[in-house]
Design a protein around this ligand. Structure first.
Ligand code: COA
Length: 324
């Protein structure tokens, strides 16, 4: 059976850089606090002309160029996001129009920070059924539009950006296996409400509006435990150990979560790709941005096994193995 393998990768980050020192002027915080608690130094913030779908489209164009593929060859566009350009139509439809992928069908998936892994798993299933299909999968977020800039617990963490991959079927490369999970009972530990309803009966009076809300400590503990569990189950299922992994590309939430997770898994830090220090947490975009950086630095060799893992609101989480 053929699996979804990479033909090309691309990414696009907004121009504007927001440093920890800049944040000191917005909320009561310090560079020292943010760096020691999260490992984040800077994040990118979108400006006019850098809307979610435009970041996504620029990342897609770079991935298509690397894949030597025309936009009209793409049959499916999936955008993973929880900060869509509009509620309707999907951001994927805006991307389709922007890049001229007129032969594709297009839709969004929302699994918060796990969206790219969910999308990769989905793309792999399409390709199992239709191996020649060319799929454009994008993770893209403009979280700066949904952060409460007076809440120091959350506004220091997030950033904007997009990453894209072009996928098609391969016998020897691509997605090997995945384990995905969610637990909707824990939704209220990390969420963003909908814009206020115009039906008064449906207004959520007890919620705090359309901003990211988070119980940081609970999220931290659950993120470490759940990703550890998903990775261990996946490796056991595939008869692999951590020694078989060439590289781990995790969701870039924060350095302390990643250090704790890798310590528990017994994975040395030099096997883990980290760029959260530069971009903050870009949710569904974080793995494809990191993947594009690794790819453009020729960080992997044919035959290498790469592990992806993620955690996000829902809660959603999971792990996925890919053969390079
Ligand atoms: N600057 C300075 N002080 C801050 C602050 C900031 N930006 N944010 C919170 N604080 C304060 C708190 O108000 C609290 O003060 P108090 O003791 O006077 O009440 C103190 O720092 C400790 O807060 P706490 O929330 O316990 O800190 P923490 O060590 O748990 O670190 C996080 C906070 C958010 C960095 C940490 O919980 C975390 O990383 N959680 C996971 C977040 C995440 O990754 N979410 C996305 C998942 S996809």
């Amino acid at each position: 059976m053929k699996h979804a393998a990479l033909l090309g990768t691309g990414s696009c980050l907004p121009q504007k850089v927001l440093t920890n020192n800049d944040l000191e002027k917005i909320v009561e915080t310090s560079d020292e606090w943010i760096t020691s608690r999260t490992g984040i130094h800077t994040r990118r913030i979108a400006s006019r002309g850098e809307e979610n779908f435009r970041l996504a489209a620029r990342a897609a164009e770079k991935a298509l160029e690397m894949a030597d593929t025309r936009a009209t060859e793409i049959e499916l566009i999936i955008v993973a996001t929880f900060s869509p350009h509009m509620m309707m139509p999907s951001t994927a439809c805006f991307v389709q129009a922007e890049i001229g992928a007129e032969n594709a069908f297009a839709y969004d998936v929302n699994a918060a920070c796990s969206g790219f892994l969910y999308g990769l798993d989905l793309a792999d299933k399409y390709i199992a059924a239709r191996p020649d299909m060319k799929i454009l999968l994008i993770g893209s977020e403009t979280l700066s539009a949904h952060v409460d800039w007076s809440d120091r617990n959350t506004c220091i963490l997030f950033g904007d950006g997009a990453g894209a991959v072009v996928l098609s079927g391969s016998d020897s490369r691509g997605v090997q296996a995945s384990k995905l999970y969610s637990d909707g009972r824990l939704w209220n530990l990390l969420y963003m409400d909908s814009p206020e309803s115009l039906n008064p009966d449906l207004v959520q009076k007890d919620r705090q509006g359309c901003h990211i809300q988070m119980s940081g400590r609970d999220v931290f503990k659950f993120a470490v435990r759940s990703m550890e569990d998903a990775v261990k189950k996946l490796l056991t299922q595939e008869n692999l150990t951590v020694d078989d992994l060439a590289l781990v590309i995790p969701h870039q939430a924060n350095v302390r979560i990643l250090n704790k997770l890798m310590e528990r898994l017994g994975i040395p830090v030099d096997k883990v790709y980290i760029n959260v220090d530069r971009y903050g947490n870009t949710s569904a975009a974080s793995i494809p941005i990191a993947l594009d950086e690794v790819n453009r630095q020729n960080g992997l060799q044919p035959g290498d096994t790469v592990l992806f893992c993620s955690f996000g609101g829902g809660f959603t989480w999971g792990a996925l193995l890919m053969k390079w």
